[in-house]
Design a protein. Structure first.
Length: 235
């Protein structure tokens, strides 16, 4: 991390479980940090007594300085941050940094979003950005993958996303007797449903997940006619 990125204590405004494995936090950044939140897809670095780690912001830039994070339990730093992040407490964080997603390249085009696991966090920030200026974009389709139906985060928001013109296609990849919808990896489902009606040759895609998933999505999109230069990750 560059020494030019400031850090400070941020008040924990709220904390809740999205799933048993995913803990959501809402932080109030001091103005000196909040002013650096300029694009969806940026990240922060959390400092804890057991170490530091990077986490993507799960909310779009806003005027109130609040940011959301989604922490996956099981990591040393994530677990320490979850334990510390009680409402009203302070969590040491850097200012938002990184290039984020080049959302300006999607204006006037169909948008394809791909997220797997906790990769939904930066994609959620992008969904919020697209919703705020919905008329500037064509069809927007989100393909969101988890292992099972109970693992999906932000379920309470999905209907609102749909109402605001973001089609949500949930893609559990494991056997799940309780799941009645489509199953498979995000790139497989996207191909099966013809990319939600988007015109791949004219679409812009944004993707976040494990490296292998990102590469598989890139390859699938390339075969469908989406040039590599129009497929963007936030790192």
């Amino acid at each position: 991390m560059s020494t030019s990125i400031p850090s400070a204590g941020a008040r924990v405004a709220d904390a809740w479980d999205e799933t048993p494995a995913l803990r959501a936090l809402r932080l109030e950044l001091p103005p000196s940090l909040a002013e650096r939140h300029r694009r969806p897809g940026q990240v922060v670095k959390l400092h804890t007594p057991v170490g530091e780690a990077y986490f993507a912001l799960a909310s779009a830039p806003s005027s109130d300085g609040r940011v959301d994070l989604l922490l996956k339990r099981g990591g040393k730093v994530a677990d320490a941050a979850v334990a510390l992040a009680l409402p009203g407490a302070s969590l040491e964080t850097t200012a938002p940094f990184g290039e984020g997603f080049p959302v300006e390249e999607a204006r006037g085009r169909d948008v394809l979003l791909f997220a797997a696991g906790s990769g939904i966090a930066p994609i959620r920030s992008l969904v919020q950005h697209l919703e705020a200026d919905r008329g500037a974009f064509g069809r927007v389709t989100l393909f969101y993958g988890q292992r099972r139906g109970a693992d999906f985060a932000y379920l309470r928001e999905h209907l609102d996303w749909e109402r605001r013109g973001v089609r949500v296609v949930l893609c559990p990849s494991a056997e799940d007797s309780a799941w009645r919808g489509v199953r498979g990896r995000v790139q497989e489902v996207a191909s099966a449903v013809a990319f939600g009606g988007a015109l791949p040759g004219d679409a812009v895609a944004f993707v976040c997940g494990m490296t292998a998933m990102v590469e598989d999505v890139r390859a699938t999109l390339a075969r469908a006619g989406v040039p590599p230069g129009r497929v963007h990750a936030n790192f």
